[in-house]
Design a protein around this ligand. Structure first.
Ligand SMILES: Cc1cc2nc3c(=O)[nH]c(=O)nc-3n(C[C@H](O)[C@H](O)[C@H](O)COP(=O)(O)O)c2cc1C
Length: 348
């Protein structure tokens, strides 16, 4: 109530990305101080223990932070204290890149949505390694996923090499790897979801996965593919066939949408990917389709902003969940609140 009545209206007056930058500073301060950590735990409230075993990993609960919020691995610890059971950092590319010119995140408050055209701004994978290493080597109770991407200017024909570069660098520290071929803001990226590109990319990455596990003498990392919501059922079926044939471990559904149906906010004409409430139904339908046609475990993401929207994706066949936009509109208590409500239902 305090967040919605007082804090949110105040924050909505400023540029969305500026607020995000300040949030990063605040969270990274908080996670480094005993007082700050206690504050984050207090915000989260009592967290029910609802462990999930998947891909040989122990997830403390079903709800994770979606990719793009902690692109450079600065605040994963803080997000864990807020209750997220897994955090997907990135998307990381082989080299640093600035992304698109600002402004590039737009709020659509009347639609409970965001449009972003970030274009993978990040410090590059090398800069993230010390942070990844630090998390991996100290006690933490969240699962750490790393989202892999390609440099903006890398031609699609060479894209696989970019994914391999990022994968190789983060391999010892990542609990799972997410192959992001579905952001709408890197020109052409979504074409990697199509036939020949995808077969080549996924067979390259699954072979590399075997090789890297041997090289680093660690367990093979679960390799998940994150897809767009804007696919026809035929396109989706082809992706699933290729994912299964290549031996991929699971799917993340979905990324942001290019669809602009049923919006009311004047910012709807901005270029970019739409997230939040308007994505909810479509993303759930994609999850249900994957669950009906494959045995691949699914991380469901898109428009989760309360327990009902979370439950709906679990019912559609998701094993785990993620959110991003919900946190912007509902505030930092959201993960704890959703988890408590889900726990109450599971035990009743
Ligand atoms: C500002 C912003 C940046 C994002 N960046 C990434 C990214 O780098 N990689 C990625 O896979 N998804 C990215 N996403 C997509 C989210 O991870 C998620 O799939 C999408 O927002 C739908 O979930 P939501 O409705 O809960 O926000 C981004 C989303 C937003 C709003």
């Amino acid at each position: 109530v305090i967040y919605k009545r007082l804090i949110r209206p105040f924050l909505l007056r400023f540029d969305a990305e500026k607020i995000h930058d300040h949030t990063l500073v605040a969270l990274s301060w908080a996670q480094r101080n005993a007082t700050g950590r206690a504050g984050l735990r207090l915000l989260a409230g009592p967290l029910p223990h609802q462990p999930r075993q998947l891909w040989g990993l122990n997830f403390p609960n079903v709800l994770g932070m979606a990719a793009g919020f902690d692109k450079d691995v600065r605040i994963a610890t803080g997000l864990g204290l807020l209750g997220f059971g897994h955090i997907e950092v990135g998307t990381l590319t082989p080299r640093p890149q600035p992304g698109n010119p600002r402004p590039r995140i737009f709020r659509l408050p009347t639609d409970k949505a965001l449009i972003n055209r970030m274009g993978f701004p990040n410090g590059g994978v090398e800069a993230a390694l010390p942070y990844l290493r630090q998390i991996a080597q100290s006690p933490h109770d969240f699962v750490l996923g790393v989202s892999l991407g390609k440099q903006k200017e890398t031609p699609l024909a060479n894209a696989a090499a970019d994914y391999v570069t990022v994968m190789t660098a983060v391999y010892p520290y990542a609990d799972y790897l997410a192959v992001n071929i579905s952001s709408p803001n890197t020109p052409g990226l979504r074409e990697l979801q199509g036939g020949d590109y995808l077969r080549h990319l996924l067979t390259t990455l699954t072979a590399e996965n075997e090789r890297l596990a041997d090289q680093y003498r660690v367990l093979k990392r679960p390799l998940l593919v994150k897809i767009a919501p804007d696919l026809t059922w035929d396109e989706l079926d082809e992706i699933l066939e290729n994912a299964e044939a290549a031996g991929v471990d699971g799917m993340i559904a979905t990324n942001t949408t290019l669809d602009r149906a049923n919006l009311t906010d004047p910012h709807q004409q901005e270029t970019g990917g739409l997230s939040g409430q308007p994505l909810r139904q479509r993303s759930t339908a994609v999850i249900a389709h994957i669950a009906r046609h494959t045995d691949l475990p699914i991380i469901g993401v898109g428009g989760i902003h309360d327990a009902a929207s979370a439950r709906e994706k679990l019912a559609a066949g998701a094993s785990l969940l993620q959110l991003y936009t919900g946190l912007i509109y509902q505030g930092p208590r959201l993960p704890g609140r959703v988890l408590r409500q889900l726990a109450a239902e599971f035990t009743n």
